[in-house]
Design a protein around this ligand. Structure first.
Ligand code: FE2
Length: 400
């Protein structure tokens, strides 16, 4: 049992001036416990039994493909004396109603714990369901900022992709189908009690999912490093993450069974998420939510296409940090900005991802709508260079 107590959901450390909150005060929040390493799924039962007695187990629609992992998870839970209520079939880009449905099932079956096993969509639905357990209203009220989240039941996150970082964040990205928006619902109370990051779960990931989730993670590392909300703590995590992912992702893409590369991707994704969850992101993530809502383009693919263009836009505002990133990636030119952008494009090519927005079904006519949807996004606020709607449109045209 954790020394701080059984029911404390997260640990926060306040950095900076401790006397009174001001601009120099930063908060760093992490899950209470992060368990990682090959075979760490085996600890799911023990961790769950320390937190509850009946778990809602939330998985995505590909759960059958990963039947081995699902059966193992159910087995570990039951062996430890935890009842399991299965909730499968979370779809990509899940809507608010999917989180409400999971929460309603957990309440109806008296679950006192939620386990999410899957990619970002399954984890986000599980996280919101756990967080909303003591609310009667839809998760939409938290997403729209009408109500603060409050403590729900403990949430255990078990990612089966290395990219989204949902296991480290307090956010659940959900689609409001009526308004055609994709937005984060977030609460400090929603951070996982335990995150279990087992690289062995990544071995069955297809090359294309390895590529898109890996480039999402690399974008998290880069945007976090350059974010106006970055701190020395998040910068250290982001730099190491970018270094690990740049080296390991092409290897994991070519050979999914390479355990060292899978492990580095898992740790790279985890550290990137710890960084961005506490620093904010930037314009790339501002763009990708409206793109996802309007065109259903994979989040990681859209990140991968836009990152080099946003890097060039930001370059003059973050010269020193781009030089640091260049050094971490083995780039010797100074300033390193152009070469870092070129390196990102090369990485994307190496892992078979498209280079232009037009290659993924985005039409020229929709660029204006994407720019409109980006202007108010929360990620854009952390972009190191202020970007007007015209700037955003110019970046989109360059990437088109
Ligand atoms: Fe992302």
């Amino acid at each position: 049992m954790h020394p701080i107590g059984d029911r404390i959901r997260s640990v926060s450390v306040t950095l900076g001036n401790a006397r009174a909150p001001d601009q120099a005060t930063r908060t760093f929040m992490v899950p209470r416990k992060i368990v990682s390493g090959t075979g760490s799924l085996g600890l799911l039962g023990t961790e769950a039994a320390s937190l509850g007695t009946r778990a809602l187990l939330v998985t995505g629609r590909n759960a059958l493909r990963r039947a081995g992992a699902l059966q193992q998870a159910v087995g570990f839970l039951r062996t430890a004396g935890v009842d399991v209520v299965q909730h499968s079939g979370v779809t990509p880009d899940p809507g608010v109603e999917q989180a409400d449905e999971a929460r309603d099932l957990a309440r109806a079956r008296n679950c006192d714990l939620v386990v999410g096993l899957g990619g970002g969509s399954a984890l986000d639905v599980a996280k919101a369901a756990a967080g909303m357990m003591h609310h009667d209203a839809s998760v939409g009220v938290v997403q729209r900022g009408e109500e603060q989240g409050r403590p729900g039941v403990p949430f255990i996150a078990v990612p089966t992709t290395a990219g989204t970082g949902s296991e480290m964040t307090r956010n659940a990205v959900l689609t409001d189908a009526e308004k055609q928006i994709k937005a984060s619902a977030r609460s400090d109370h929603w951070i996982a009690a335990v995150a279990i990051v087992d690289p062995a779960l990544l071995v069955t990931l297809t090359p294309s999912l390895t590529a898109s989730s890996g480039m999402d993670a690399f974008t998290h590392a880069t945007e976090s490093l350059l974010s106006s909300g970055a701190t020395p703590v998040t910068e250290a995590l982001a730099l190491r993450s970018a270094q690990l992912l740049a080296a390991a992702l092409p290897v994991a893409y070519r050979n999914g069974k390479d355990r060292d590369a899978r492990s580095d991707c898992a740790i790279g994704s985890l550290t990137a998420a710890l960084a961005f969850a506490n620093s904010g992101l930037g314009a790339v993530h501002g763009f990708v939510h409206p793109i996802g809502a309007l065109h259903h383009v994979s989040h990681g693919v859209a990140c991968s296409i836009l990152l080099p263009h946003v890097l060039r836009f930001n370059a003059d505002a973050v010269k020193d940090k781009l030089d640091q990133l260049g050094a971490a990636l083995g780039i010797t030119a100074r300033p390193a900005g152009d070469q870092v952008a070129a390196r990102v494009r090369r990485m994307a090519r190496e892992v078979g991802l498209p280079q232009r927005l037009r290659d993924v079904g985005i039409t020229e006519e929709s660029l204006e709508r994407i720019a409109d949807g980006t202007v108010g996004s929360s990620s854009l606020k952390y972009n190191p260079r202020k970007a007007s709607r015209d700037d955003l449109l110019a970046i989109l045209r360059e990437a088109f």
